[in-house]
Design a protein around this ligand. Sequence first.
Ligand SMILES: O=C(O)C(=O)C[C@]1(C(=O)O)C=C[C@@H](O)C=C1
Length: 383
Amino acid sequence: MKDLKLAGLTSEKGTSTVEVNGVTIGGKEIILMGGPCAVESSIQMSQSAETVKKAGGKILRGGVFKPRTSPYSFQGLGQEGLNYLVQAAKEQDLLCVTEVIDAPSLELVVEKVDIIQIGARNMQNFELLKLAGKINKPIILKRGLSATIEEWLLAAEYILAAGNPQVILCERGIRTFEPSTRNTLDLSAVGVAKELSHLPVIVDPSHAAGRRDLISSLSKAALAVGADGLLIEMHPNPSVAVSDGPQSLHPEEFVQLAQELGVVAESVHRVFACGGYVGEDTLESLRTKIDGIDQSIIEQLAARMRIVKKVGDQKRLDRVKDISREKEIMQRLINLATELQLPPELVKKIYPYIFEFGVQFQIKNKLAIDNELELSICPIGGR
Ligand SMILES: O=C(O)C(=O)C[C@]1(C(=O)O)C=C[C@@H](O)C=C1
């Protein structure tokens, strides 16, 4: 697909993950996010956070700026709601996500929440996308109500092109001729987006269905088609919710669903750590966990190597190896390993290889640059 210069999937880059304060989105683990549509009160958020935690969720959601279809509908509690959201997440050691609708709301929330959401209605608000590209926080980008997959990915490209690599795509249902559900959950979009892009993809079954009775099955289907996470609306008392009550799960339904997700996750070689299911440490589930950890080790090593390359660009060829820096790193990591009850010998064995490959990489890179320079100054067959 044309113009997906940064969002497009290439064989060298492979799929990417978004790491945020200890949570990896797009890795082996399925990430559950839940909470009410709108933040209404401190107690509502505390109860929601408690349920998300109990279900094994990692991220608390709650809208404080609500782009509503009608100007007379509740528009959100703004700053006051933000405090309730952040406080409730903190109480349960969860991360939090909220939607922004314009530059002022982005500025208000950016330092307070862990993830920022750009909603379906703003998916093609290009100025907002560019602003989101300038910040250092992951962005959940929902698919627009009537957006094609190409338009959705190009919207992500705006954020990436402006400098923010941390984009998570979210399929939330599209408008079709079918009136039985609020929108039509386009589950095939998960596979298509993953075929075209390296970005993680999550699913919001709540806005798609608009009805709580379908949320459980749609969530499981989403995992089966490869979603990396779920964003589900849940309210301590949906019958009094100021918005989206009919599609919000009751707390016990949310926990019940979470208990059932582990089996589905495992069937597609993923893991979901809900209180109920992970208790069973089967060989398969333990190996799946190891696979997830191995994947992030290699991803982190690749990221380290990219930085080592940049460091090399700043050094002279005869000063690439820096023994005192290596000793300093080694000592720090030996202390850390001891603290984490990992044999320090492991660090002592592995790190010399990491340094050595880094040094060789830097030297090769410098020599290649010198060669190119020489060729451009004195082209073969030139003078
Ligand atoms: O810090 C540097 O100078 C680097 O080049 C990075 C690095 C490393 O891998 O951490 C690599 C080689 C040096 O010998 C020391 C450290």
